[in-house]
Design a protein around this ligand. Structure first.
Ligand code: ZN
Length: 285
């Protein structure tokens, strides 16, 4: 099942650009927004399994979509979680996941225009997990049962602020307005043949810059949920940006960053794509 956030309303996707409004179809039992749905996730899945999809029908364009989880209690992000990306940054493989946050205010839907605060803004396509059940001390074997679904995320990163001091400050540099696009929809784990092996990549102006597989993750989704839930309580709707593969701009020789007019398209196999167009921030060059 695919679920989209159509102008704030939870919508089961039934075809390209069309879906079933959850609140209308359930006579208000579920929805209208996504956040409430995650708190009734088990009941919602049971209800939707018995519904004939199709009516009442709504249509939507990518620009009308919001984030699949618009108000998570926590947004986790993981640095250096692909071997090839760790190598291109010159960093050693981390013995534990390197965890930071992207602040909630940076979240957007999948099709946006993003203002560039500086000339050193970089791309990082990431498989992004949406939690569907409260999780405390969850084992790797039980981890997928706590996932509502997967979506595509971009961990857009302003490298100057990120690397201005030692240690680096990931959270603020990756939380400029519009720096966390997610979407286009949430896809439940049962939709994937192998949810631990999905092609992932992105292109700038049609030129592929990142292309890998989530099978290359140093700490895959079950390991991340086990390790995070050993420390924190994961809540329904929480997000985990799982890390980015090789091919970021700062790892290139010469380095390459996003410029006004650039278009960034990011995808994960079986989920869909994000599309960001970049413009100069007014008053800055
Ligand atoms: Zn990242």
């Amino acid at each position: 099942m695919k679920i989209a956030n159509v102008a704030g309303r939870a919508t089961v996707v039934t075809g390209p650009g069309q879906g079933m409004d959850v609140a209308s179809a359930s006579a208000g039992a579920f929805g209208p927004g996504l956040p409430g749905l995650f708190h009734q996730w088990g009941e919602f899945r049971a209800w939707v399994a018995g519904v004939t999809l199709g009516a009442p029908e709504v249509t939507f364009t990518p620009g009308e979509l919001g984030p699949p989880s618009p108000s998570p209690v926590q947004v986790f992000a993981v640095g250096l979680n692909y071997r090839d990306h760790a190598a291109e940054t010159g960093a050693e493989l981390p013995p534990e996941p390197l965890v930071f946050t992207k602040f909630q205010s940076s979240l957007t839907g999948p099709a946006t225009v993003v203002a560039l605060p500086t000339g050193t803004v970089d791309w990082e396509v990431e498989l992004t997990v949406v939690i569907g059940r409260e999780a405390v001390d969850v084992s790797e074997a039980d981890a997928w049962a706590h996932v509502a679904g997967l979506t595509v995320g971009q961990d857009i990163s302003e490298r100057t602020l990120q690397l201005v001091g030692a240690p680096p400050q990931f959270s603020l540099a990756k939380s400029y307005r519009g720096f966390s696009p997610t979407g286009p929809c949430l896809v439940t784990p049962d939709e994937f043949g192998d949810a631990d092996r999905l092609e992932i990549g992105c292109a700038v102006n049609g030129v592929t810059v990142q292309k890998s597989s989530t099978s290359e993750l140093i700490f895959p989704v079950p390991a991340l949920i086990a390790k995070l839930s050993a420390v924190t309580r994961l809540y329904p709707g929480d997000l985990i940006f799982t890390g980015t593969p090789a091919g970021v701009g700062i790892g290139r020789k010469p380095r390459k960053y996003l410029a006004p007019g650039d278009e960034l398209v990011s995808y994960v196999e079986g989920i869909g794509e994000l599309r960001q167009r970049f413009v100069a921030q007014e008053g800055k060059s």
